[in-house]
Design a protein around this ligand. Structure first.
Ligand code: TRP
Length: 365
């Protein structure tokens, strides 16, 4: 069995740099490493609908935005199959069977679902589809026999749930499915990039995001107002680099080469941090450097996006081909699943012969 990637995003908005360092940048590297036999990148519209049932237009509008962000970031449809979840109905069928393998209490214990329920104020009015989305996500992953899921830390409980389902399925029905593994960012700052206000997570509703498609001016403005150390009032004061957004972003984005190019007084981030901690280094200078680093990474993405935006029908055509490819693979897995579960009645000549014999014997008695 080869190495297969499946991962994806909910199309509820344009992708931001949290998505980028948490997973997207890594996907592009993995795609270009040539180490994987197959790469599937899914726009999870059906999952997005689990908490946006009354707002399908939001999902509809954002599918193209996410597809453009993917292409702009460097995902290449020649190497990666980019597809839309709802266009692969096999995924629903698989989820329906998996539902029998998971208990309600197991879902209630899922930490990601727990926090999401709190964030959305669902309390007692949790949609069943939302509550069960970890099962649907297990289908997304296993339908492609994915071995590897590059994703952020918040997806860990989902992958664990998928692994449990695989073990249970294979235990009951025989070895059919593949147990996936999560691939987390190797850099701690990338695990959970905070919003520009220092709040836990980037989120559109908090207005604390830097989007991949933001203009250079928008990025510069966001960095200017970024949360730093509230006690670092004067340049000569010692500053704290822990929990300081500017430094967390630098941890996620800057490389030693950036210093020679944009800030030759220092050789690496450790030197800058040491200076900031001892006092004598102002936020403005650090922010100026961060802006330069971000622009260097984001400018090529922005440019590529502009090119792809010129031919939107071509992007939809690419997605359509991706859906067809994905569907063929999922259908193959579903054939195997139905066979393992012994619900492939019409393909099973032995079954028909056996039943015919049974009834013939009965009639002869
Ligand atoms: N839950 C993921 C998110 O919120 C999106 C997603 C859906 C996904 N299915 C997946 C991620 C399968 C990895 C694998 O971003």
């Amino acid at each position: 069995m080869g190495k297969v990637i499946l991962t994806g995003d909910r199309p509820t908005g344009r992708l931001h740099i949290g998505h980028y360092v948490g997973s997207l940048r890594r996907r592009v590297e993995l795609q270009n490493s040539g180490e994987f036999d197959k790469i599937f990148i899914m726009i999870a519209d059906a999952q997005a609908l689990t908490d946006n049932a009354d707002n399908p237009d939001k999902i509809r509008q954002n599918i193209i935005e996410v597809a453009l962000d993917y292409l702009a970031a460097g995902l290449d449809p020649k190497k990666s199959t980019i597809f839309i979840q709802s266009q692969v109905p096999e995924l629903c069928e698989l989820a329906f069977y998996y539902m029998n393998l998971v208990t309600v209490s197991r879902l209630q214990r899922n930490p990601t679902v727990k926090t999401e329920i709190q964030m959305r104020n669902f309390e007692t009015s949790i949609p069943v589809g939302f509550f069960t989305y970890p099962i649907s996500q297990a289908s997304d992953i296993t339908a492609f026999k994915a071995t590897t899921v590059p994703a952020g830390e918040d997806q860990e409980p989902m992958i664990e749930q998928a692994r449990e389902i695989v073990r249970r399925f294979n235990g009951i029905y025989g070895n059919t499915l593949v147990e996936p593994e999560i691939l987390l960012p190797d850099n701690a700052a990338c695990l959970r990039l905070p919003g520009t206000d220092g709040k836990a997570k980037m989120s559109k509703s908090l207005g604390n995001c830097i989007y991949l498609s933001d203009t250079a001016e928008e990025v510069a403005k966001r960095v200017k107002t970024m949360y730093t150390d509230p006690n670092h009032l004067r340049v000569q004061d010692p500053g704290n680099t822990e929990g300081n957004c500017v430094f967390i972003y630098l941890d996620a984005f800057c490389r030693d080469e950036h210093f020679a190019k944009y800030w030759p007084e220092y050789h690496n981030l450790e030197e800058v941090k040491a200076h900031y901690r001892r006092g004598g280094l102002g936020d403005v200078k650090v922010k100026k450097f961060l802006t330069a680093v971000l622009q260097e990474e984001l400018e090529p993405i922005r440019q590529r996006r502009k090119e792809f935006e010129k031919d939107i029908p071509a992007v939809y055509a690419m997605l359509r081909r991706g859906c067809e490819e994905a569907r063929a693979v999922a259908a193959q897995t579903l054939d195997e699943v139905r066979k393992a579960m012994r619900i492939n009645y019409f393909d099973d000549e032995a079954l028909i012969a056996e039943q015919a014999r049974r009834f013939a014997e009965q009639a002869a008695k």
